[in-house]
Design a protein around this ligand. Structure first.
Ligand code: SAH
Ligand code: SF4
Length: 415
């Protein structure tokens, strides 16, 4: 027999697994959560409905999934009784599994969630007097290894799917008991008004959980489109913020295709310091990043870009740093505000938080130059829900491995 080990395989070999919009389930049913309405229509047609029926049913089902939060086809009362079991045999309405739910003394809630293939990730809900913010994860782990971030000590396990991302919002609504009750008629204008009335707990979404959302762009975009869809969850793009550590080549696309508010994890104003604490800076430097901010579609004085700045003792917190931050923001004429985040320590972290006096002084310098620079109060510290503390029990990486992965990620980004 011929020795085939050196034979090249004919045709193109793509080492990257092809993304599938449908994650196969063991029972053969298709999970509808995360699919756009048109895709649901197609699936209904493939399952045997004629074009008109498929379109109507897709519209109805979509409304039940995202406006009413229903998880059982039997509850879809405007769909013929005989049709409901037909749907239930073929389709499924999923949610991430809840492994653990914690409640902080300050009202913050954290959920440890699990994907159907057994990966754990977290989501946090932060109630305030005038709003309720859900902090949503985009990946299990992160490739980027920012040195002050606990998530960065985990391996990247995988990207979350659109269904797992929008699933977090649905689950939060379930847990907060926030789906509209009352009459379940389709397109019922009256209940629509009730639903939008005041007193809603979950009003804002920030893509600031685990992971780098711009390294999972397509899934994050598809999920946020569902969150913004007027016939579903209907959250305004003004109430959604995507936070990036500075994936410059994706920022323009983000502005154009998603259009939500942008937060940028700047954290330092000199190359040396930013290279150290946000290693992605070695690939996309501060100037390039600020230029991308200046070009960001949709940023204006009414919708300013948020610069996140973690306060690290003796690292990035001097008066000179504050002045340089102001200078940079002015040089690029950015409609910006600065969020100062006191560093949340975690076991083995290589930094300490700046003193409260330092944070205050830094904030006043920026503020005196006409740029708002509030200090973010850490929330949910007692349950490790604060910024950058999200990390599941997943395997911890060694420092050497993290450095290697950071170098690889930078290289991959370059190609
Ligand atoms: N990957 C994205 C979004 C997730 S991190 C990003 O980096 O922007 C959300 C925010 O928490 C970022 O600004 C991040 O820098 C910050 N953060 C991470 N670890 C932190 C820590 N230990 N203390 C305070 N903020 C932290
Ligand atoms: Fe990843 Fe953001 Fe943490 Fe950096 S700060 S390691 S980009 S999650």
């Amino acid at each position: 027999m011929a020795d085939t080990t050196l034979m090249s395989i004919p045709g193109q070999v793509d080492p990257v697994p092809v993304a599938r919009d449908i994650t196969p389930r063991e029972d053969g049913r298709v999970d509808l959560i995360g699919l756009p309405k048109d895709r649901i229509r197609e699936l209904f047609a493939e399952a045997g409905l004629d074009a008109k029926q498929a379109k109507l049913r897709a519209k109805q089902v979509f409304h039940w999934l995202y406006h009413r939060g229903v998880t059982d086809f039997a509850a879809m009362t405007d769909i013929a009784k005989t049709m409901r079991p037909w749907l239930a045999e073929r389709f499924y309405i999923g949610r991430p599994d809840i492994v653990e739910a914690q409640h902080s003394t300050d009202g913050t809630r954290k959920w440890l969630l699990r994907t159907s293939d057994g990966h754990e990730f977290e989501m946090v809900f932060i109630p305030d007097a005038d709003r309720g913010t859900l902090c949503v994860s985009s990946q299990v782990g992160c490739t980027l290894n920012c040195r002050f971030c606990h998530t960065g000590t985990m391996r990247l396990v995988r990207n979350l799917t659109p269904g797992e991302i929008v699933g977090q919002v649905l689950l939060a609504r379930d847990a907060l008991g926030e789906w509209p009750k009352g009459k379940m008629d389709f397109a019922d204008e009256e209940s629509e008004t009730e639903y939008r009335a005041d007193g809603r707990l979950l009003t804002n979404i920030v893509m600031m959980g685990m992971g780098e959302p711009l390294y999972n762009f397509d899934n994050v975009r598809d999920a946020l489109k569902l969150v913004m869809d007027g016939e579903g969850l209907a959250l305004s793009k003004r109430r959604i913020t995507l936070s990036t550590s500075g994936v410059v080549p994706m920022m323009d696309k983000c502005g154009k295709e998603i259009g939500v508010n942008l937060a940028v994890s700047l954290h330092a104003v000199t190359k040396d310091v930013r290279d150290e604490i946000v290693p992605l800076n070695k690939k996309y430097g501060i100037e390039e990043l600020l230029q991308a901010c200046s070009d960001y579609h949709g940023a204006s004085n009414a919708r300013r870009i948020t610069f996140e700045y973690v306060m690290l003792k003796d690292k990035n917190d001097s008066d000179e740093d504050a002045h340089e931050l102001v200078r940079l923001i002015k040089q690029y004429k950015l409609p910006a505000k600065v969020n100062l985040i006191p560093f949340n320590p975690w076991p083995g972290a290589p930094y300490e938080c700046s003193t409260p006096e330092r944070v205050k002084r830094f904030s006043s310098i920026v503020f005196e130059h006409g740029i708002s620079a509030p200090v973010r109060t850490p929330r949910g510290r007692d349950i490790d829900a604060a910024c950058g503390q999200l990390k599941t029990a997943a395997e911890k990486k060694s420092r050497a491995q993290r450095d290697r992965e950071a170098a690889e990620a930078t290289e991959a980004a370059a190609s």
